[in-house]
Design a protein around this ligand. Sequence first.
Ligand SMILES: [Zn+2]
Length: 423
Amino acid sequence: MNESLARAVSERVDELVALTVDLIRFPTVNPPGEAYTPCAEHLACILAARGFETRLIRGEGAPGDSDRYPRTNVVARREGRAPGPTVHFNSHIDVVEAGEGWSVDPFTGVVRNGKVFGRGACDMKGGLAASIIAADAFMAVYPDFHGAIEISGTVDEESGGFGGVAYLARSGFFSKPRVDHVIIPEPLNKDRICLGHRGVWWAEIETHGAIAHGSMPFLGDSAIRHMAAVLSAFEAELYPALDAKRTDMPVVPEGARRSTLNINSIHGGQTEDFFPGLPSPNVADSCRIVIDRRFLIEESLEEVKDEVIAILERLKRERPRFDYSIRDLMEVLPTMTARDAAVPRALAKAVRAVFGREPDYVISPGTYDQKHIARLGHLHDCVAYGPGILDLAHRTDEWVGIEDMVQSATVMAMALDTLLRKA
Ligand SMILES: [Zn+2]
């Protein structure tokens, strides 16, 4: 355990709490992307005060970007005394909507019983504050460090990261030689290192029919009945097949350690919006579902698609008048950083020193911004590590523990020590 770093972090507890509270007070709700610019400006200001050079970068033209809701990101960099590698801490500043049922105001930042409450406390303004304190403590103890430290606050993670990390990665902010190592302080629990995530394929499947009067359905062709055939084929064949596919990826929770498929929505026939419960009597000429398939590092995107298309093609051969179309909506490849890469090794060493035990290595069931860093930035020394209990993310009365933030800031500071002084 590096006592001077641990002490430097614990001397900054009040600052850590104040930073977290201040960040929660910006209601950076996405969608639509409220208060991004003032939040990014605030971050730029507190990082400039700590010797960072800061830049505000707007994700111009990204989905949702407008003059009313600009996608404003902040990237800050502090050079060491001599050339060396760069460690980058990336946090998203956007939060999901608060929803109903809170016992405190979600955007005040209430401190009570060793916890900070508020929307984004856990996911992930507490992690962002912890990374700033980690860097600050490290720079105070070792002002002569080599290399550079970067901290970014980016937008839109909750909606895919297009105006945030993806935009910056396309502009070279997450590639060598600018950056070597990335830590994303997402709330994965303070003693776990998240190496990556499963893959995603979203697609819309539409079955086609022919409209006719509902009293004479034999004159038409029901797209809804065709979709029912698709769904029963999924039940009979696809779900059991997916359930049987196990992965070596250490996905948490355990139930996600296999392939999964969710049907996000189904729409068929005439809308009931105008006269609830009283649509006119028609045979449905269209029925659509959106599927959300999460896949494993052992599977290729091509085989994932082929599995579904094979069922649809077979129905087309066997079922009279069956016709369909399919449209891709989103594709994300699974990513998993090697356990023996520099960042997970540095974090593991620090977790051992702070907690006296080995870290758990996990994979997230859903994706986060690591996908853009891997695919667009071609940077593979990247993991998620941060304070906060994963299950609290997006819930009412979300909170982050102050002691958890202190401990994970200590882990991050010690990882900086390994990566920038002992490399
Ligand atoms: Zn998050």
